[in-house]
Design a protein. Structure first.
Lengths: 565, 305
């Protein structure tokens, strides 16, 4: 029998701190990847999954060290002090695929030199031979027109093509093991589906063992043979995919899998691992009371009418005009208290629509009105205050030099929603509580918080001017599933309790299904289909919608217990 | 966790990583600043007081030379002023004008850079093209032009009272461009970040967003440029004074002292020029060493070297 592509026994990775204490990032992990097998390593941020990947490639960050354990690649032991193996060369026998295809290729090298250099270095091939092999590899990873692409630079390739080149580079020396760290996270669903198929094919045809590090349960269900779930550096459950995902045993594994939004059924609330404190509920009720209930609190209809947005220099200093039409005549309305979903792949113009509605981009033609008032017309005006936005990246959404309370109290003071400064600070503390944070958290700076906590702060800030309408641009796409479930529930509660209308923009169809009352599907700047959620999922009428739906990697194929609705 | 944990010890180590040369430089800068500040209390005589001039003891050599007077340990100048006192006061003047020029240039540059970066469009084009035109002229040429014009239309411009103001203006008119360019670029980066966009959606006025949100996040490069420019500004002031369009001989800066001494160098009276010049070199060198180190430290591309 062939030796396992990778075998890890009792691996422990420590990060010694300056004060003498030690943070154990990974403790006592056992893991085996057979040749031709895809082994998924899942867990939330901080679970230690990337640390394992780095330890295997000898890329542990400076003070980190393998404290204990044994790693064997292709049956040969790795020296845990140096991260090297006799006869095993990083880049030759172990290939790596990283998350972001934008940054994992050198922008100054052509595809040919990216691939060729490695082979000439490791395998001692001649230039012509390396070129021939590069062509073969490009064909193997399914890049169209491989001869032409050899001469291309990374910026001339699309995201999916770049990731294919990265995979080709990982394959070029015939590795026994490939470590793929979130290989499809930065890609659109349709491209993701192709790349996953390619990875599956590599395992089947070449007998390469693949360690797939991911946080996406759908991806695991789609391609992996075995899965290991990690929590805080330890393995909580491991086994064949169908067993672990279908009938998880460990409480955390159950909670984690339960928190993944389902595409098949709409649930009233997403299951959340942790329960919220009674204080949070009380604070939320108070916030709701302040925002005012009843009919007059309702936003009025948001109406987007034949919106066209163009980018590019027209005229300009040296004349000439290159205009890019990002949005080509989009119309829709969002009723008061409705959650309206806008879905589509990257570059379809959905973010431009959001920016225009929020007043961050100017429409070329067409109009956006909220309750009959034009949006963004007057600074500090009623329409401005009524519409707020939650951004995608919680790390850049907060000013690093403002304390959290200051940031939240700023709009309260600006709109004179509190009589005194002390009251504004009190309001800010209440908002923090209502999104599930401690009121003491307000005294700290944003860097003290995790991504999910920051997104809660960003939502609290968006609620501070007491808006009627919230634009959410991919509010959970950079968050862990359990945190995502909490944020989504929070947004739902705000709608249910305070009558907030929400424009919810996402590329994740499962999330959209759980959240939205109606959905519009965008493609190349146009809305191709618009329908109530259940209708759209049950009977998509446009071929593009059908294609999108069929490509979503989903857990639901592996029996999750059906839920009575 | 895996990212945050290893960062802490690394940061602590970096703080201690100040090369010996920088430590010496920093010590020299602090010492000279202290001396300049305390000059009236340290200096044996007041070189700006005409009553202290004593032509009988003019051009005395330093105390360690054969004819030296122990009362004037660096000798005296052509007016009989104690050279040591003149240097202390001169350093005070040089640093004050250099610092003033940096402050004025930085203030103008930061404001214009913020405006250009935040609003873009015509505001940006006008500010940056004016800056380009200014940068196409050498610093000294522009400063000579400004002080020349100032003297022509304003007869008081050469007096001890007004000369510093003219000098600060003449230097700052060239130096602000560098701040404006840096701040503009940093502002453009910050303005595209979501926290600024969020502030715009909230409806906060542009001025508030620029001052409260963007400014604190673009200030660290400004501090670095300011340090490096301090040395350049001190040198420019010295050059102008040396050329006779700077501080008057009755209230000399280091440059003025070098100019006075320059006339006597070939008659063997070297000390009037050499001691102020050495002081200037030490001051500029020390500031530059610290400035270069700051620049490297704040440059993310050089991190870890």
């Amino acid at each position: 029998m062939k030796p396992a592509a990778l075998s890890i026994t009792d691996l422990t990775v420590d990060y010694p701190l300056a004060d003498g204490s030690v943070v154990t990032a990974v403790s006592g992990v056992n893991l085996t990847v057979a040749p031709g097998e895809i082994h998924a390593l899942v867990g939330e941020s901080g679970a230690g999954k990337t640390t394992i990947g780095n330890a295997l490639m000898g890329l542990l960050q400076a003070p980190g060290r393998v404290a204990k354990g044994r790693i064997e690649i292709g049956g040969k032991p790795v020296d845990i002090r140096t991260g090297r193996t006799d006869g095993i060369v990083q880049g030759k026998d172990v290939g790596a695929i990283f998350q972001d295809p934008m940054t994992s290729l050198n922008p100054l090298f052509t595809v040919e030199s990216q691939l060729g250099e490695t082979m000439r270095h490791h395998l001692g091939l001649s230039r012509a031979e390396a070129r021939r092999r590069s062509l073969e590899l490009l064909r193997a990873v399914g890049i169209p027109e491989p001869e032409r692409r050899l001469k291309s630079y990374p910026h001339q390739l699309s995201g999916g093509q770049r990731q294919r080149v990265v995979i080709a580079a990982a394959l070029c020396c015939g590795p026994k093991l490939i470590i793929a760290d979130e290989p499809t996270t930065a890609l659109d669903v349709s491209v993701q589906a192709q790349i996953l198929k390619l990875i599956r094919g590599l395992a089947d045809e070449r007998g390469v063992g693949i360690l797939l590090v991911t946080h996406n349960m759908g991806v695991v269900a789609e391609v992996a043979d075995r899965v290991t779930i990690m929590l805080k550096g330890q393995v909580v459950e491991s086994g064949p995919v169908a067993e672990v995902l279908g009938a998880p045993q460990h409480a955390y594994a159950k909670a984690l899998i339960g928190a993944v939004p389902r595409v098949d059924v709409k649930l009233p609330r997403l299951p959340v691992p942790a329960q919220e404190s009674p204080g949070t509920a009380a604070a939320r009720e108070q916030v709701r009371a302040r925002m005012g209930g009843g009919e007059e609190a309702k936003a009025g209809v948001l109406s987007v009418d034949n919106l066209v947005v163009e980018y590019g220099a027209r005229g300009g200093f040296f004349g000439g005009s290159r205009v890019f039409r990002a949005v080509k005549g989009v119309s829709f309305t969002v009723e008061p208290g409705e959650i309206f979903g806008l879905v589509g792949e990257s570059g379809c113009g959905k973010t431009t629509v959001a920016n225009t509605i929020a007043g961050l981009a100017k429409p070329t033609s067409g109009s956006v009105t909220l309750g009959g008032l034009p949006i963004g017309a007057k600074r500090g005006g009623v329409a401005r205050k009524a519409l707020q936005m939650v951004f995608q990246d919680p790390y850049s959404a907060l000013n690093p030099r403002l304390r959290v309370t200051t940031a939240i109290a700023e709009p309260i003071a600006f709109y004179h929603l509190a009589a005194t400064k002390a009251e504004a600070v009190e309001d800010a503390a209440l908002l923090l509580e209502s999104v599930g944070l401690d009121r003491e958290a307000g005294a700290r700076f944003p860097h003290a918080f995790s991504g999910g906590q920051r997104q809660r702060i960003a939502i609290a800030r968006a609620l501070a001017p007491r808006p009627r309408f919230l634009v959410c641009d991919e509010p959970t796409s950079s968050l862990d599933v359990s945190v995502q479930a909490q944020i989504l529930n929070l947004l739902k509660d705000l709608r249910d309790l305070a009558g907030l209308s929400i424009l919810f923009i996402s590329h994740d169809l499962a999330v959209v299904r759980q959240m939205c009352d109606r959905i519009a599907v965008m493609k190349s700047g146009e809305i191709v289909e618009q329908a109530p959620t259940e209708e759209l999922f049950a009977a998509p009428s446009h071929p593009y919608t059908r294609e999108l739906l069929s490509l979503v990697p989903s857990l639901d194929k592996i029996a999750r217990e059906p839920v009575a609705v | 966790m895996s990212l945050a944990a290893p960062n802490r010890p690394a940061k602590r180590r970096r703080r201690l990583q100040m090369p010996v040369s920088v430590m010496i430089g920093l010590a020299v800068v602090v010492l000279m600043l202290a001396i300049a500040l305390l000059a009236p209390w340290i200096a044996p005589t007041d070189p700006t007081n005409v009553a202290s001039f004593d032509l009988m003891s003019a051009e005395l050599p330093p105390a360690f030379m054969p004819d030296g007077d122990p009362a004037h340990w660096l000798g005296t100048d052509n007016q009989g002023r104690d050279l040591f006192s003149a240097i202390l006061y001169g350093m005070r003047v040089s640093i004050a004008i250099g610092g003033g020029a940096v402050l004025v240039a930085a203030s103008i540059g930061v404001v214009l850079g913020l405006l250009a970066g935040y609003f873009g469009g015509w505001v940006d084009i006008v500010i940056m093209r004016v800056g380009d035109v200014i940068l196409s002229l050498p610093t000294i040429l522009l400063a000579l032009l400004v002080s020349g014009i100032a003297r022509a239309i304003f007869p008081e411009a050469g007096t001890a009272q007004w000369a510093p103001v003219i000098l600060i203006g003449a230097i700052a008119i060239h130096e602000w461009v560098q701040y404006a360019r840096t701040v503009r670029a940093a502002t453009m980066v910050e303005a595209s970040k979501d926290y600024v966009r969020a502030a715009r959606v909230i409806g906060l006025p542009s001025l508030h967003i620029m001052v409260r949100h963007i400014l604190p996040n673009v200030m660290s490069p400004v501090m670095v440029i300011a340090t490096i420019n301090l040395a350049a500004a001190v040198l420019t002031e010295a050059t102008l004074s040396f050329l006779g369009v700077g501080m008057p001989p009755t209230y000399p800066s280091l440059g003025t002292l070098i100019r006075i001494g320059n006339e006597f160098v070939f008659s063997g009276i070297w000390w009037i020029a050499v001691f102020p010049a050495v002081t200037l070199v030490i001051l500029v060198l020390a500031v530059n060493v610290v400035g270069d180190w700051l620049r490297d430290r704040f440059n993310p591309k050089l991190k870890g070297r």
